[in-house]
Design a protein. Structure first.
Ligand code: WT7
Length: 638
């Protein structure tokens, strides 16, 4: 596999950038030539950010699995496509070559067909990090079904909300999954969710943990049995469905500043080209290298840089079932040495957590195979950056700090490994095709350098979201109404004297906890569901490992008022039940009231300051209905 679009020098970056911005159609049309089409496009790009309407490669016909699998068979059939490392290092690892992956994806695509899945249907996937998850997603894409992967840590209620929004007809899951020393009962959670999901007709269950599960006649079937049926049918071949460039590839739900997660929609051609282009460039992937992205496929990072980007590039992608600290804090480094990992892509929160174990876990680890390190998901502090650079990269591996979002499909702002300069805690310069700008509150663009503002993007790139599933107005409202004709990222940002970008964090009511997006309104809604809770307000605060922690102020007037610790745990149980353990507040402070303006709006600014510990710098409280409440909250802060 060769990558004619791979940028190899600073000069090439500058040229590519200029061309991509001045003449996007010619630039991306040229990149698209390196992909496999059933029919080429009629028009590279048509867009307006008003409606919004964004169409890349209209008239083009293709299937993403032909690009991710079939086209590698001619010369690279025996190259490992997926290396799978189990949770327990004593268990056997698995390798799937491109030939084997091809076979398994076609098999499962036939299973989906046998179970009534047709082009355009939505399939929900709720699994742990096992190869079957990748196979299931690719099998959907093979037949043109739309997958919606739900992270294995979400609760039954969250799953039900997502399944109902997508109107999924089939669910693919496992009996359970292993995570560290825990067994997660996936099928059981699905059973709970499906009590309120009438659209689901079939559940396909793969065997992994051997956790006992109930199997409902007529609805549930075993993955392995279904494969046997396909095998006895004798013909493993499953043609790749011809898809329009703008047909839906997947839906992925993500939190926003309102209560309900939105289904971000990505389409076939633009997403394929953006993830491949950015993968090959940002990480400077070379054929034969082993790429290890530690993200779960339940998040966009796993979709783009564990699955689609690497496979489209013919790379070897390493999939790890477990967690970095199990059975001990050497685990990632053992994996790097065992499989001679060349590229390691992880989150600042993982780096900070491993840093906390000191250098002992690194004793005897070579790490000599590493060539490029990457980080994603949240701002990386300089201390973590330096530790990663010194102790993991041994001062010889470029670190790419990749800024992007679920909605952007792939990386937008990042240095290019070894090609463009890096700067600790800076994502640095935009990739070709990306035109960032900083604007002030009124929407006025801030010109020049050494300025801070809200980050917007002025032109579409191929990987931009196309809609929010079932509610296009929500897409317009969320991303395109704050500033005219610009995509609003929700992030604050500083541009330094060299025009390098440093993301400073969300400016909306979205928290970033361990690199996971959580809406404060979502957490508040869950807390308010708890019996006895009158009202609550949730804000973020700096957390040494998670980046941000969740701080909840709760007005409670229930039965166990005199047992605050018990009530606290009850509230945590409610949040876990309604959203999942990732949304559990780190701190809950009981209050007798919340600071509100005379019009009844909660003054979050004040609550944020108190949570951050800046109690002497609260600012003006004179517009509050009851300024005294601030004193009480300050006095009792945790
Ligand atoms: C938000 C998007 C896209 C990958 C995983 C997260 C924050 C992401 C960085 C970075 C500073 C970052 C932003 C963004 N973020 N990468 N390199 N430096 N902040 O995807 O869940 O959609 O969250 O994560 O605040 O808006 P996501």
């Amino acid at each position: 596999m060769s990558y004619p679009y791979q940028i190899k020098s600073l000069k090439e970056y500058q040229e590519a950038y200029k061309e991509s911005v001045e003449n996007p159609e010619a630039f991306w049309g040229n990149v698209a030539e390196s992909f496999t089409w059933k029919k080429k496009w009629d028009k590279v790009l048509e867009w307006n950010f008003k409606e919004p309407s964004i169409k890349w490669f209209q008239g083009g016909k293709l299937n993403i699995t032909e690009n991710c699998i079939d086209r590698h068979l001619e010369t690279n059939a025996d190259t490992p496509a997926i290396i799978w490392e189990p949770n327990n290092p004593e268990d056997h690892y698995r390798v799937l070559t491109y030939r084997e992956l091809h076979h398994k994806v076609m098999q499962f695509a036939n299973v989906l067909k046998n179970n009534g899945v047709k082009k355009g249907h939505r399939v929900c996937i709720y699994m742990g990090m096992v190869p079957e998850l990748a196979i299931a997603a690719l099998a959907c894409a093979r037949i043109g079904a739309v997958h919606s992967v739900i992270f294995g840590g979400f609760s039954a209620q969250s799953i039900a909300d997502r399944i109902n929004d997508a109107q999924a007809t089939v669910v693919v899951t496992s009996d359970g999954s292993f995570r560290g020393n825990k067994v997660v009962p996936l099928k059981e959670t699905i059973d709970d969710a499906l009590m309120s999901c009438p659209s689901v007709k079939r559940v396909i269950v793969s065997t992994h943990t051997r956790t006992p599960v109930s199997m409902i006649k007529g609805r549930d079937c075993w993955w392995e049995d279904e494969i046997k049926i396909v095998e006895t049918d004798g013909n493993p071949y499953c043609p790749a469905e011809e898809m329009d460039a703008e047909d839906l590839l997947f839906i992925l739900y993500t939190s926003g500043s309102t209560g309900k997660p939105k289904g971000v929609v990505h389409t076939v051609a633009g997403y394929l080209i953006w993830t491949t282009y950015t993968f090959v460039n940002v990480f400077q992937y070379q054929p034969g290298q082993v790429h290890f992205c530690t993200a779960d496929i339940g998040w966009i990072t796993g979709h783009s840089y564990l699955l689609y980007g690497p496979l489209a590039a013919g790379a070897t992608t390493l999939m790890f079932e477990g967690v970095p600290t199990y059975p001990n804090a050497s685990r990632l480094w053992d994996i790097v040495d065992n499989y001679k990992v060349n590229i390691l892509y992880t989150a600042p929160t993982a780096i900070r957590s491993l840093m906390g174990f000191g250098l002992e876990p690194l004793v005897g680890k070579k790490l000599t195979s590493l060539k490029v390190l990457g980080t994603v998901g949240e701002p990386i502090n300089e201390e973590a950056w330096n530790w990663y650079n010194e102790h993991i990269g041994k001062n010889r591996c470029p670190i790419v700090d990749t800024w992007w979002q679920t909605e952007t499909g792939g990386v937008l702002i990042s240095n290019i490994a070894g090609v463009t300069p890096s700067k600790p805690s800076y994502a640095t310069w935009p990739l070709p095709g990306v035109v960032p700008a900083l604007v002030d509150e009124t929407g006025k663009e801030l010109e020049g350098n050494d300025v801070s503002g809200n980050l917007v993007i002025k032109q579409p790139w191929p990987g931009i979201l196309r809609t929010t599933y079932g509610d296009h107005e929500r897409m317009r409202q969320t991303y395109f109404s704050t500033y005219d004709n610009q995509y609003f990222t929700g992030d604050g940002c500083y541009r330094d004297e060299n025009a390098m970008y440093r993301i400073t964090g969300r400016v909306d009511d979205v928290l970033n906890v361990s690199g996971h997006r959580i809406g404060t309104a979502e957490v508040e809604n869950a807390i308010n569901m708890h019996a006895g809770v009158i009202e609550s307000a949730v804000v973020g605060y700096p957390h040494a490992i998670k980046g941000q922690g969740i701080y909840a102020y709760v007005m409670y007037n229930g039965r166990s008022n005199n047992e605050p610790e018990l009530t606290r745990q009850d509230i945590l149980a409610t949040v876990t039940r309604l959203i999942g353990p990732i949304a559990k507040p780190d701190k809950i402070q009981f209050v007798s009231g919340l600071p509100k303006t005379r019009s009844g709006k909660i003054m979050r600014r004040i609550l944020r300051k108190i949570a951050e510990g800046e109690i002497n710098n609260i600012g003006d409280t004179s517009t509050l209905l009851d300024p005294l409440i601030v004193e009480e909250i300050k006095h009792n802060r945790l």
